[in-house]
Design a protein around this ligand. Structure first.
Ligand SMILES: *Cc1c(COP(=O)(O)O)cnc(C)c1O
Length: 364
């Protein structure tokens, strides 16, 4: 059988698929990785479980109990999965009929909502955010027919802004009885007061996604959480794999969610926020930076006068940023993850000599 035939055997939607452009897939020989919103330093852990001959628990009890306590919810409102990305997909698999139902989200936003929808073969609709990156509620209301899931990322990746709580309430009212609202809170530890977890008792159709990949410094662990009321969690438990987390993952996640682990996460978060303040200030004084956007996360979005050259110049110096040019409304924008202070300084030292608008136009 030729390679050609193998390709033809695949599902049409999979053939048409562009895989998620993860930072790791894009490559680069960097030594300053500021493109994946990772915590810049590794936090050490020891494995305490030596029972790898046995299958793990489907939903490891200690991890669930500790996350529930951390999120101020009950254990039956918590599902743990292989990253928040698996949560995004489980919701589609549990709630959307391929070829019939749709999901909706508001670009510019996180790339996995469309990738998961395409992989599973369900329609996705997009309603672009307004110029201030808030929800366009009237446009969403018009598009809701057949929509089962509305993904809202807050704070939003890659823009860094929070979605207005009043708008989120309005969205929850207009979707009541029709669709679930999925609040992606991957970065909520950088603005914990903004969480919607406390709204779960009021809204049976609200879902909150969380992860250990960002503030908890465990992107390599692949561990995330879906918070929702029991009827939603019970449906997700029907479609999740029997052993979604390996024993070492559950072991380390439980340690990360101990009182000590949470205290360490909060200390790291404070340090990154201080670095963010420094970086925003320093970016504002670079000639090549046109605009720096405020952030409630561990990254900063900025608009540059010649973003492709800026990206390439830093890339060649081993400083890897994330290009956001292709997202609607983000022409000229690069996203910079907050690293250590030294890494932020390296980025600024590389940006400082680059010319502003007038000079780069002369050169072009
Ligand atoms: C990083 C990220 C995720 C994915 O988290 P994982 O737990 O690593 O799968 C989900 N949503 C957003 C907005 C993210 O930035």
């Amino acid at each position: 059988m030729s390679t050609q035939n193998i390709e033809e055997l695949a599902r049409a939607n999979v053939r048409a698929l562009t895989p998620y452009q993860s930072a790791r897939r894009l490559g680069g020989n960097g030594d300053v990785w500021l493109n994946a919103n990772e915590y810049p330093l590794a936090v050490p852990f020891d494995l305490s479980q030596q029972t790898l001959n046995r299958y793990p628990e489907c939903q490891p009890k200690q991890v669930i109990e500790r996350y529930a306590a951390y999120a101020d919810l009950t254990p039956e409102q918590v599902l743990v999965s292989r990253g928040a990305d698996e949560g995004i997909e489980l919701l589609m698999r549990a709630f959307c009929e391929p070829g019939k139902d749709a999901v909706l989200f508001c670009p510019p936003t996180y790339g996995m909502y469309s990738v998961s929808a395409e992989t599973i073969g369900i329609e996705y609709r997009t309603v672009e955010a307004r110029a201030d990156w808030q929800l366009n509620l009237p446009a969403i209301a018009e598009q809701l027919d057949g929509v089962k899931l509305v993904y809202v990322c807050s704070p939003n990746n890659p823009t860094g802004n929070l979605i207005n709580p009043d708008d989120l309430r309005e969205l929850l009212e207009m979707t009541s009885g029709k669709a679930l609202v999925v609040a992606d809170e991957a970065y909520i530890e950088f603005c914990p007061d903004a969480t919607l977890a406390g709204w779960l008792q009021e809204y049976p159709h609200l879902v909150v996604l969380r992860t250990l990949s960002k503030a908890f410094a465990l992107a390599g662990l692949r561990c995330g959480f879906t918070l929702a009321n029991k009827p939603v969690i019970d449906l997700l438990l029907k479609v999740i794999a029997p052993y979604p987390l390996s024993t070492p993952v559950a072991d380390i996640a439980a340690q990360a969610l101990s009182a000590q682990g949470i205290a360490l996460m909060r200390q790291h978060t404070d340090e990154l926020i201080a670095n963010r303040t420094w970086l925003i200030q320093a970016l504002s004084s670079c000639d090549c930076v046109e605009q720096v956007f405020d952030s409630h996360t561990n990254y900063v979005l900025a608009r540059f006068t010649a973003s492709s050259q800026v990206f390439k110049t830093l890339w060649d110096q081993g400083i890897i940023l994330r290009d956001q040019n292709k997202q609607p409304g983000l022409a000229g924008c690069l996203r910079i993850s907050i690293g250590t202070r030294e890494e932020c300084e390296r980025a600024i030292a590389a940006l400082k000599p680059l010319p502003g608008a007038a000079v780069s136009r002369e050169q072009a």
